[in-house]
Design a protein around this ligand. Structure first.
Ligand SMILES: Cc1cc2nc3c(=O)[nH]c(=O)nc-3n(C[C@H](O)[C@H](O)[C@H](O)COP(=O)(O)O)c2cc1C
Length: 183
């Protein structure tokens, strides 16, 4: 079982990054190997509609997506959608997402943007036949505490922790199903 986790925020003090860190802890306890792609560590071109943007780095990351059975994306919510960085990453790696199971961990300012992930979810379903895990995680700024001394961010809501644990339990199952469907 291969899961790829994507950190999509460019903020060094990212809350969505804290969500995925907890997901990684849970997955490691469950013995699931997760390949982490932190987009802060990769300088990627914007997709310009030509093949020029398929740089070796883009191809390397697309290969890692392709190797995965399931993908979990941690994304900030910007203007009622995913941030431009995650959108560009999906644009760049497109077909590599085909037939994957996909789960979402979202970090937003408030609860009103709760359905913001659906535009990407619909595209992944219709463009790439992804299976979308309906049990997604949506956390707001009230669900975190920031430790001023260490600048670390902690999740401060047991319900959010519980939902991440449920997602970590469900995504491998959906990934197996996605793999079976493509056989
Ligand atoms: C440009 C911008 C747009 C935002 N738009 C929304 C929004 O539409 N809805 C919302 O709930 N929060 C919005 N926020 C707040 C972020 O979602 C929130 O700060 C979140 O924690 C960011 O994730 P990160 O900490 O992982 O970067 C916005 C923040 C920025 C900087």
């Amino acid at each position: 079982m291969r899961i790829c986790a994507i950190k999509g925020s460019l903020n060094p003090q990212s809350r969505s990054s804290a969500l995925i860190d907890y997901y990684l802890t849970i997955s490691s306890k469950r013995g699931i190997n997760v390949d982490l792609i932190d987009l802060r560590q990769h300088i990627l071109p914007f997709h310009d509609g030509t093949k020029n943007c398929k740089t070796p780095k883009v191809m390397e990351l697309a290969e890692r997506i392709m190797r995965a059975d399931g993908i979990v994306i941690a994304t900030p919510i910007y203007v009622y959608g995913i941030n431009a960085n995650v959108k560009n990453f999906v644009d760049l790696t497109g077909r590599a997402w085909s037939d994957k199971a996909v789960g979402f961990l979202c970090s937003a300012g408030g609860s009103h943007s709760y359905m913001s992930i659906l535009s990407l979810a619909n595209s992944l379903m219709l463009d790439f036949r992804c299976l979308i895990l309906p049990r997604f995680v949506f956390a707001t700024r009230n669900d975190f505490i920031t430790n001023d001394n260490s600048s670390s961010i902690e999740i401060d809501n047991p319900e959010v922790l519980q939902r991440i644990e449920e997602l970590a339990q469900e995504l491998p199952k959906l990934s197996v199903a996605a793999k079976q469907l493509t056989k």
